[in-house]
Structures are given as structure tokens and as C-alpha cells.
Design a protein around this ligand. Structure first.
Ligand code: NAG
Ligand code: NAG
Length: 231
């Protein structure tokens, strides 16, 4: 992720151990522009894109990832408990993703509901340093306070990261080890809104291209990716 467009959070100066940046970020591989947060220590990042008209909208596009081969998670409601959580991690050159929820602190169980994720192929990749998962989240903005509200301007989101992968990283239902770093931050959703949202939404569900370190491009059938995601 290029940091040039990301501005330091005011709060970050109070927190010596970690530096978080928020700002506008365009992923050059997908061409999608996000309002994003990045933690410079772990390389964790989360970015979100929304439609211009928020009334009645329940969908967003997001990108999440970090350095290495561990897992990255987001709380759509800020805290860990009783909020809708999403986590992703690499399994070789593929990305595994999962919805989670928990009523108490501890490994969150798989969450089910009408919400769903569809990967955006050119924004989903593992390279020599990072893993990146970009997806359309459909029916993910909920009215039950487990997520931010459709019209929220500056909601608090939560982030969590562990440099170690879940124990059964091929499985989206793997038990998840505790985060090694986590926190909350305020995101400016007004800057996440874009007239291009409908176009970007159309990118979801295609074929995923995988970058191998040598720079060779391999294509994987959509079904294989779907199995990884929903196994
Ligand atoms: C891997 O992808 C991340 C996220 O897009 C990027 O910041 C990083 O520079 C890339 N690393 C390499 C070695 O290309
Ligand atoms: C990403 O893929 C979509 C189609 O799925 C394509 O329209 C778009 O141009 C691609 N982005 C870039 C930067 O090539």
C-alpha cells in the first residue's frame, strides 16, 4: 500500500508503539479507491468504499490485509463482542475469509446471516510481502447495531491482526488464535462514498488472478476460489 496519500491520525502521536494512518487509498491492481486505515507496524490495512446514496444501502466494498501470512480482521461495529467481524488470511496463494461473531471475549464462532462476501479478483492477491483481500460485502450493513449504520458519517471500527495464521488455515471455519495487536479508529465514511461504486460492484465474483513471487500470473477457476472461501 502506498502511504503517500495517507495522513497520520491525530491520535497516533499519543501512541508511540504504533502509527496508524487514515486517508484515501487507490489499489493499483483493482483501480478501486477506498477510505483506508493502515497500521505501519503490522502492515495491517482496511479500506472501504460506499455508494453516494446511503439511504437503504446495505452493501460496501472493502479491502483488508497486512504483511506476512497471519490473519487480519475488522469489527464493523468497533468492539469485538456482539459485533459483526470479518477476518481473512492467506492459504498459499489463495485467500480464505470468514464472518465471525462472539458474545464474549474468546475465539469468535462463524457467523451466519443474509450477509455474504464475493471476492473482487484483481484486488485479491498474495505477493512477496502482503496478502490483500478485496470483496463486495452484500447485505452487510445491519440495523441491529452489530455494524455501523448506513448513514454513519464517522463511525468507530475495530481492527485486529496476528502474524500467525489460524491453526487450520485452509478452512474458513478454523479456530482463530487471539490477535497480537488490535485497536479502534474512526473512519470518515463521507470520504468513502463514490459515484463509481456501482461499477466497482460489478467487478465482484470474477476469476481470481494469482501473482506468484516470480511475477508469473496464474489463473484459478472461480469454483476453486469459491471452495476456499466457503469451505
Ligand atoms: C504487495 O502488496 C501490497 C498491498 O498492495 C503492497 O503494499 C506491497 O508493496 C506489495 N509488495 C510487493 C513486493 O509487491
Ligand atoms: C479489475 O477488474 C475489473 C473487471 O473485473 C476491470 O474492469 C478493471 O479495469 C480491473 N482493474 C484494473 C486496474 O485493471
Amino acid at each position: 500500500m502506498k502511504l503517500s496519500t495517507l495522513l497520520p491520525l491525530t491520535l497516533s502521536s499519543l501512541c508511540a508503539a504504533q502509527t496508524q494512518f487514515t486517508g484515501t487509498y487507490t489499489d493499483t491492481k483493482s483501480g478501486i479507491t477506498f477510505q483506508a486505515m493502515q497500521d505501519s507496524t503490522s502492515g495491517y490495512f482496511f479500506g472501504i468504499a460506499l455508494p453516494e446514496t446511503t439511504a437503504g444501502n446495505t452493501d460496501f466494498i472493502a479491502t483488508i490485509g497486512g504483511k506476512g501470512t497471519g490473519w487480519a480482521g475488522v469489527s464493523l461495529g468497533g468492539g469485538m463482542v456482539n459485533k459483526l467481524l470479518i477476518a481473512a488470511w492467506p492459504n498459499g496463494q489463495s485467500i480464505v475469509s470468514t464472518f465471525r461473531k462472539t458474545a464474549q471475549y474468546g475465539p469468535p464462532a462463524v457467523a451466519t446471516g443474509t450477509f455474504s462476501m464475493s471476492p473482487i479478483a484483481n484486488g485479491t492477491y498474495v505477493n512477496g510481502t502482503h496478502f490483500t483481500y478485496t470483496f463486495l460485502c452484500s447485505k452487510c450493513i445491519l440495523a441491529d447495531k452489530t455494524t455501523f449504520a448506513p448513514d454513519a458519517a464517522q463511525p468507530t471500527l475495530g481492527w485486529a491482526f496476528n502474524t500467525a495464521a489460524p491453526s487450520q488455515k485452509a478452512s474458513a471455519s478454523s479456530m482463530m488464535n487471539k490477535h497480537s495487536v488490535e485497536g479502534n479508529y474512526i473512519i470518515d465514511m463521507t470520504k468513502a462514498r463514490s459515484a463509481n461504486f456501482a461499477t466497482w460492484k460489478g467487478y465482484a465474483g470474477g476469476r481470481v488472478q494469482r501473482d506468484v513471487e516470480e511475477g508469473v500470473i496464474a489463473e484459478v477457476a472461480e469454483e476453486v476460489v469459491a471452495r476456499e472461501f466457503w469451505a
